[in-house]
Write a protein that binds this ligand. Structure first.
Ligand code: HAS
Length: 564
C-alpha cells in the first residue's frame, strides 16, 4: 500500500497533536547538531576577530581563511539548516502529524545531511577547502568539499518531500478545511528552499565537481556566481521565515494574545515565495558581464521583497497593541507595559525584532544600486548580516529553544534557566551591538571584508580603523561568552532540567476573525507565478552571460596552497 493511502486510512490527524517519543528524538537530533555547530563556529569567530585586529597570529600553520571558512559554513549553512529543519518538523508534527514512514524518510535525510556535513567539515579542517562559505570560483577546493555540500542539499530535499507529504496527507484527511497556518508556512519555506537550492546543486554538480576532479580545466566564473546567488538570497529568507513563523504564531500566544490576521500572515509568506528568488543580482551589482538593465530589474524586485517584512512589522506591532489594550493598558504607548519582559521566550525574539529595524534598513541601503558601490565588499556587509542572521534570526532561534527543547525532552524551563537566558540575551545584544556597529562604521571608512590583511600595517588608514577593529575584537569576545552561556543553557534544558511539561505555544485566531479566503491555498498558482518571475528575471541575462563569457578561469591557488 502506498504511503499516502496508509496514512490517510490509518491516521486521524487533528490540530495540536501530542509529540511522541520517537518524533521528539528525530526533532531534537537536528537541534543537537545545530548547537554543536554553534560552539565550533563561535570559537572560529572569536579567533577571526583577533586575527583581523592584529592581536593574534594563528598557531600550527592554521590559516585565517580556513578559520573563516569553518565559521561561515558551520554557522551560516549547518547550524541554520539543522535548526530550521528540526524546528519545522516539530511544527508539522504538532499541527498535521507525521507517519512512521515519513519519519523514516526524515531520518534518512538527517543521515545524508550529516554524512555530507562531516565530509565537508573534515575537508575544511584539513586545510583543503579554504574557499569561504560562498566558495567562489576560481578558488578551488578538494572535490570532497563539494560532494559533502551536495549531500547536505540532497538530505534537505528529503525534508522538503516529507513536509509536503505531511500536509498533503492531512489535507486528504480534512477535505475542504484550511491547512494549519504553521504547516502552510513550513510548506512555503520548503518550496522556496527547493527551487532555490536547484541553483547551487547545478553549479556544484555541473561545474565544481567535474572541475575539482580535473575532468575539465577551466570554470565559467560568472555562471557559477550567478547560480550561487540565485540560491544565496533566498537562502537568507530560508533563515528568516522560521523566525517569522515564531513571530506570527508563537509570540502572540506567549504574550497572552491571539493571531493578528491569518490571511495577512499567509499573504506575506506567499510574497516571500514570489520575490525571494529573482533577486540574486543584487549581490552582483558591481560585477561586469551582467547587463545593467537586468541588474536594475532585480533591484526593483528586491524592493518588492521588502514589502512582506513591512507587513510583518505592522502585524507584530498590531498584536502587541491589541493584546495590551485588551488587558486594560489603553494609553498611547501604555500597552507596552503588558509585554512579558521577564520571560526569555519573549525577550530574546523581541530583541531580534528590534535588531531587524537597523538590519533591514542596512539591507535597503545594500540593495540601493548606487549605494551598493560604497558598501560592497566592505566589512559593512559583515555588520549587516551579523544584525540580520546573527541577531534577528539567531536570537529568535534561541527564544524557540527555551520552550522547544524542554517540550521535546519532557523537562521544564525553570526560573533560574529563564534568568540565565535573560543574561544570555543581554550579553549577546551588548556584544553584537559593539561588534556590528564597529563593522558598519569601518565599512563606511573603506575597511575590507574577508581579509586577513585588514590592518594594512602602519598606514594612516590602519590607525583610523584600529579602534573599530579593537571594538570588533571586544564585541566578539563578549559574543563568545554569550555562546558558551547558550550552549550551557541548551545542555541544561536537554539533559538536566527537572522533569515536567513545557507548553508548545501556538496562538489561536480571534473568534470573530474574518475567514481566510480559499484561494490562498492555490499552491499550483503560487508555484507557477514563482517560476514565471524567475524565468523573467534570469532567462535573458543568463543566456547573455553564457554567450558573451570570456574563456573560463583556471583554478586559483591560495598562497598557502589550499587546493587539492
Ligand atoms: Fe541582506 C548581503 C539586501 C535582509 C543576510 N545579506 C547579505 C549577506 C547576508 C545577508 C548573509 O541588496 C552577505 C552575503 C555575502 O556573503 O556576500 N538584505 C537585503 C535586503 C533585505 C535583507 C533588501 N539579509 C537580510 C536578511 C538576512 C540577510 C533577513 C539574513 C537573515 N543583503 C542585501 C544586499 C546584499 C546583502 C543587497 C549584498 C551586499 C553586497 O554588496 O555584497 C530585506 O529583506 C530587509 C527588509 C527588512 C525590513 C525590516 C522590517 C522590520 C521588522 C522588525 C519589526 C520590529 C518590531 C518590534 C515589530 C524592512 C520586521 C518593534 C518594537 C519596538 C518597541 C520598536
Amino acid at each position: 500500500m502506498s504511503l499516502q493511502k496508509q496514512a490517510v486510512t490509518t491516521e486521524d490527524l487533528s490540530v495540536h497533536l501530542p509529540i511522541t517519543k520517537p518524533e521528539a528524538k528525530l526533532y531534537i537530533s537536528f537541534i543537537y547538531v545545530a548547537f554543536i555547530s554553534l560552539l565550533i563556529g563561535g570559537l572560529m569567530g572569536l579567533l577571526q576577530v583577533f586575527v583581523r585586529s592584529g592581536h593574534l597570529t594563528l598557531p600550527f600553520g592554521i590559516n585565517y581563511y580556513q578559520v573563516l571558512t569553518v565559521h561561515g559554513v558551520v554557522l551560516a549553512l549547518v547550524l541554520t539548516t539543522y535548526f530550521i529543519i528540526g524546528f519545522q518538523y516539530a511544527l508539522m508534527g504538532k499541527t498535521v502529524g507525521i507517519s512512521k514512514a515519513q519519519r523514516k524518510v526524515a531520518w534518512l535525510g538527517f543521515w545524508v545531511m550529516t554524512i555530507g556535513t562531516v565530509i565537508t567539515a573534515v575537508t575544511i579542517l584539513l586545510g583543503r577547502a579554504s574557499v569561504l562559505y560562498t566558495f567562489y570560483a576560481p578558488l578551488q577546493a578538494h572535490p570532497a568539499f563539494y560532494i559533502g555540500l551536495a549531500l547536505v542539499v540532497v538530505g534537505s530535499w528529503l525534508a522538503c518531500f516529507v513536509n509536503w507529504r505531511q500536509l498533503y496527507v492531512w489535507k486528504k484527511a480534512h477535505p475542504g478545511e484550511k491547512s494549519p497556518l504553521l504547516a502552510f508556512m513550513v510548506n512555503i519555506n520548503m518550496i522556496m528552499w527547493f527551487i532555490a537550492s536547484l541553483g547551487v546543486a547545478a553549479t556544484v554538480l555541473i561545474q565544481f565537481i567535474p572541475w575539482s576532479l580535473g575532468y575539465v580545466e577551466t570554470i565559467n566564473v560568472l555562471v557559477s556566481r550567478t547560480l550561487f546567488w540565485y540560491f544565496g538570497h533566498p537562502l537568507v529568507y530560508f533563515w528568516l521565515l522560521p523566525a517569522y513563523m515564531a513571530w506570527y504564531v508563537i509570540i502572540p500566544k506567549i504574550i497572552g494574545g491571539k493571531l493578528f490576521s491569518d490571511s495577512l500572515a499567509r499573504l506575506s509568506f506567499i510574497l516571500f515565495l514570489f520575490f525571494s528568488i529573482p533577486v540574486g543580482f543584487h549581490h552582483q551589482l558591481t560585477e561586469p558581464g551582467i547587463d545593467p538593465m537586468w541588474k536594475f530589474i532585480q533591484v526593483v524586485l528586491t524592493f518588492m521583497v521588502i514589502i512582506p517584512s513591512l507587513m510583518t512589522a505592522f502585524s507584530i506591532f498590531a498584536t502587541f497593541e491589541i493584546t495590551g489594550r485588551k488587558k486594560g493598558f489603553d494609553s498611547l504607548f501604555g500597552w507596552y507595559k503588558h509585554l512579558p519582559w521577564k520571560d526569555v521566550r519573549f525577550l530574546a525574539p523581541f530583541i531580534g525584532m528590534l535588531a531587524f529595524i537597523p538590519g533591514g534598513a542596512g539591507g535597503i541601503i545594500n540593495a540601493s544600486h548606487q549605494l551598493n558601490t560604497v558598501v560592497h565588499n566592505t566589512i559593512w556587509v559583515t555588520g549587516h548580516f551579523h544584525l540580520t542572521v546573527g541577531t534577528t534570526v539567531i536570537l529568535t532561534f534561541f527564544g524557540i529553544t527555551y520552550w522547544l527543547v524542554p517540550h521535546l525532552t519532557n523537562r521544564k524551563l525553570t526560573p533560574t534557566i529563564n534568568k540565565l537566558g535573560i543574561i544570555q540575551s543581554i550579553t549577546w545584544t551588548v556584544g553584537m551591538s559593539i561588534m556590528s556597529t564597529a563593522m558598519h562604521i569601518q565599512g563606511l571608512l573603506g575597511g575590507p571584508r574577508r581579509s586577513a590583511y585588514s590592518t594594512y600595517g602602519g598606514t594612516e588608514q590602519s590607525t583610523e580603523w584600529g579602534a573599530y577593529q579593537l571594538a570588533q575584537a571586544i564585541g566578539g569576545t563578549i559574543l563568545f561568552i554569550a555562546i558558551i552561556l547558550m550552549v550551557y543553557i541548551f545542555i541544561k534544558l536537554a539533559f538536566f532540567a527537572p522533569q515536567g511539561e513545557e507548553e508548545f505555544p501556538i496562538a489561536e485566531e480571534e473568534e470573530d476573525a474574518t475567514p481566510t479566503p480559499k484561494w490562498m491555498e492555490n499552491w499550483k498558482l503560487w508555484v507557477t507565478i514563482t517560476i514565471a518571475l524567475i524565468l523573467f528575471a534570469y532567462t535573458i541575462p543568463f543566456i547573455d552571460i553564457i554567450h558573451h563569457s570570456p574563456p573560463g578561469s583556471p583554478p586559483f591557488d591560495w598562497p598557502i596552497g589550499n587546493s587539492k
